[in-house]
Design a binder for this molecule. Structure first.
Ligand SMILES: Nc1nc2c(ncn2[C@@H]2O[C@H](COP(=O)(O)OP(=O)(O)OP(=O)(O)O)[C@@H](O)[C@H]2O)c(=O)[nH]1
Ligand SMILES: [Mg+2]
Length: 444
């Protein structure tokens, strides 16, 4: 089972690079069976250099960030990118979705699809295609949307997940709202699942939990890489102890997406919470019980808050509680035995909170699943990850659609997009689609 990834634009490339680096670090500390599966899931092998090669396609409209991906220090020199798996030009998209989509898109279509086909030929069993991009710039957002549609056109059956970074809501550039609206509208149309990660959340995690007073993008990307890996890192069965049959010794992310997390195409937005997040030096002293960790995660989930500022007063039935449609809980760490409910010892803890009906909107579904893995993820004896299809992204949608509405009606900066082929109808249409998503989620 393998993933092919597209790293598009500055953010997409930097996040992708940090993720592969993290995965390699995680993998070299794992037992051989886990190493083999992780290697196959994310990398090809190059016998000439005796290195793992990230199964990724790097796309940007400027060469700088891609070159940095090539030349960056790689952990123990164990992995590399294939330099023939990138496509770049010399002129970025200037934070303009229309430029990325309408001007760069058609030029990139054939060469990038060609790279994808070559990557596919090297892959025995494709699980999913994953895009990394930001919602805010011009390349990851505009060209990323275009390439998603191109891959979807040519390979209608492939499972595609888009992992997109939401800009700081207080705003870096004002047109980020337009770019986010156009991107979300396209992703909603063509992707199977959209996982949003907020730069605001990454920033506060670095500050409040990792004690980094002035986090930079690199610090934030490390947190994001940890979060993503906590979901994507293969789940291996320890055949003696785990709940899995030997045949099911790795889990298919595409099955989890299609059968559990996104079963209704009106609801495709995912969020991810992973804990604990703490400075490396504190991990050896951490002694959480599973029940305490679950309680904290549950509270974060229903109040849609973070580990640093969890709202402990919210109940699942409170006004404003975050309603879920589906939740996947990934439990990694100390061994479990399979006696289930019989003995209520710590080893047999069965994570009851995530099954509580009150946290779900029964209008759509109340699907949940718990997956257990013995791997000490990110040097934690115990860690939990919750991937939710819930109202967690409603606030972002609200801000983006409100600002886009105001700006479109004032025709603010719209000429910059009309210059590259968009019409005011395109603005209205994209906005209406994203408003519909906002409405659907807010009504749960
Ligand atoms: N978390 C994170 N966010 C990033 C990173 N780089 C850029 N961003 C965010 O991404 C948005 C800007 O998008 P970029 O990815 O830089 O833009 P691009 O896709 O290269 O497009 P153009 O530069 O316009 O051609 C802003 O919200 C940035 O905060 C990164 O490495 N990590
Ligand atoms: Mg750029």
């Amino acid at each position: 089972m393998s993933f092919i990834t597209f790293q598009v634009g500055q953010c997409g490339n930097q996040v992708g690079q940090t993720l592969y680096e993290f995965l390699m670090g995680e993998m070299i500390n794992a037992p051989p069976a886990s190493q083999a599966v992780t290697g196959e899931t994310f990398f090809n092998y190059n016998p000439k250099t005796d290195k793992y090669v990230a199964r990724s396609i790097l796309v940007d409209m400027e060469p700088k960030v891609i070159n940095e991906c090539y030349t960056s220090q790689k952990i123990k020199n164990l992995w590399e990118y294939d330099k023939n798996m990138s496509f770049y030009k010399q002129e970025g998209s200037g934070n303009n979705w229309a430029f990325g989509h309408n001007i760069h898109g058609p030029d990139c279509r054939e060469p990038v699809l060609e790279l994808f086909k070559r990557q596919l030929e090297r892959t025995d069993y494709l699980d999913s295609v994953i895009f990394f991009q930001s919602l805010a710039g011009g390349t990851g957002s505009g060209l990323g949307s275009y390439l998603l549609e191109a891959v979807r056109d040519e390979f209608p059956d492939v499972c595609i997940m888009n992992i997109a970074v939401v800009p700081h809501l207080t705003g870096e550039v004002i047109v980020q709202n337009y770019n986010a609206t156009f991107t979300l509208s396209k992703l909603y149309e063509h992707s199977d699942a959209i996982l949003l990660i907020q730069n605001d959340l990454l920033h506060t995690t670095c500050k409040d939990l990792l004690n980094l007073p002035k986090p930079n993008l690199n610090d934030m990307n490390k947190v994001m890489a940890t979060m993503l890996a906590s979901f994507l890192y293969p789940v291996l069965s320890d055949k003696k102890k785990s709940f899995f049959s030997p045949l099911q010794n790795t889990l298919s992310v595409s099955d989890l997406l299609n059968d559990l997390l996104v079963t209704n195409p009106l609801y495709k937005l995912l969020s991810l919470k992973n804990l604990p997040q703490m400075p490396e030096k504190d991990k050896a002293f951490s002694s959480n019980l599973w029940s305490a960790l679950e309680k904290r995660l549950f509270q974060m989930a229903i109040s849609n808050t973070t580990e640093g500022n969890t709202n402990w007063t919210m109940k699942p039935t409170s006004q404003g509680a975050n309603k879920s449609i589906a939740n996947l809980l990934i439990v990694r760490g100390e061994s479990f035995n399979a006696k289930g409910d019989v003995e209520k010892t710590e080893k047999d803890y069965n994570f009851p909170l995530i099954k509580l009906k009150e946290m779900y909107s029964t209008k759509v579904s109340n699907a949940h699943m718990i997956i257990k893995d013995n791997h000490h993820f990110n040097n934690n004896f115990k860690s939990l990850t919750l991937i939710s299809n819930s109202q967690a992204n409603v606030k972002d949608l609200e801000v983006v659609t409100r600002n886009t509405y105001r700006m479109t009606h004032a025709k603010a900066y719209t000429y910059q997009y009309e210059k590259y082929g968009l019409t005011l109808d395109d603005f209205e249409e994209a906005l209406a689609r994203v408003e519909q998503v906002y409405y659907n989620y807010s009504q749960l």
